[in-house]
Design a protein around this ligand. Structure first.
Ligand code: UDP
Length: 254
């Protein structure tokens, strides 16, 4: 295999230099982490599923007129994306109380929020991604006030659109995390959705049973993560054109 220049390695993905200037290759690993990487595991096939699910969601967003960094999927684990200047924020959108919001305010997990809530966290592993306000963001220069405005509008539109997509396949979009990047075209700058949107970065509950179909299955050792991610992919109508989509041992035919 020819050597590729590695730009950045994160917990669940690796970014390589892309085939053309201004592009990166985003590689989805099977590594799974939670609680700021205090809990770690390798779950065979997870990267393949997230690559496909994220491809599907980004493609739908583009069709809806929301700009993203996504260009095209390369293979089972890789996609070509625009290289963007990442804004160091995790933008979390919530519809239902869960996770850290439920803990912080003593809310019962699963209770409907009075309205959707957008939160910002500073992307800094060493600090455990602390929650920040718009004051921190502008004072420390992570983004400009105008960009925050645009991010809030985009996050709201994305939430409405994705809530509808998931609702139509019997899944409740409880909360999810977005990252944004600056894409430069000459002197023009455009904010685009970057990173990934997958069951690793969203809470997805089955509408009928409230079963979790996301990374909480790993966070709380509930098992069945691959099956759940596969279920999400199947409901979204993502077909496995290159079967098997994840490594499988020999099957004994009875
Ligand atoms: N999230 C994420 N990356 C993070 C933190 C959160 O993708 O570093 C997602 C998480 O999967 C959930 C939403 O953002 O869908 C809200 O997460 P929460 O603040 O409840 O964090 P938790 O305590 O569960 O990490």
């Amino acid at each position: 295999m020819h050597h590729r220049h590695r730009i950045y390695e994160g917990k669940a993905k690796i970014i390589f230099e892309g085939p053309e200037p201004g592009t990166y290759i985003q590689f989805f690993k099977d590594e799974t982490t939670a609680f700021n990487a205090k809990k770690q595991a390798v779950i065979d096939g997870k990267g393949v599923l997230n690559n496909r699910i994220s491809e599907y969601i980004f493609t739908q967003l583009e069709r809806f007129g929301i700009p993203t960094h996504f260009i095209r999927r390369l293979n089972m684990r890789e996609q070509i994306v625009h290289s963007v200047e990442i804004i160091p924020l995790e933008v979390v959108v919530r519809n239902i109380a869960a996770g850290s919001l439920a803990r912080r305010f003593g809310l019962e997990e699963g209770s409907m929020l009075p309205r959707s809530i957008i939160e910002f966290y500073y992307k800094k592993d060493e600090l455990g991604d602390p929650m920040v306000s718009e004051e921190h963001i502008t004072a420390f220069g992570w983004a400009e006030a105008q960009e925050i405005e645009e991010i809030i509008v985009l996050a709201g539109r994305i939430n409405d659109f994705l809530s509808g997509i998931f609702l139509s396949v019997g899944i409740r979009l409880v909360d999810f995390k977005l990252e944004f990047g600056r894409l430069w075209e000459g002197d023009m700058m455009c904010l685009v959705v970057a990173d990934e949107i997958s069951p690793d970065s969203a809470r997805l509950w089955d509408i009928a049973t409230n079963d979790k179909l996301d990374k909480d299955l790993f966070r709380f050792d509930m098992g069945g993560l691959i099956e759940a991610y596969k279920e999400v992919a199947q409901r979204l109508g993502i077909v496995n054109e290159n079967r098997p989509s994840y490594p499988r041992g020999p099957v004994l035919v009875k």
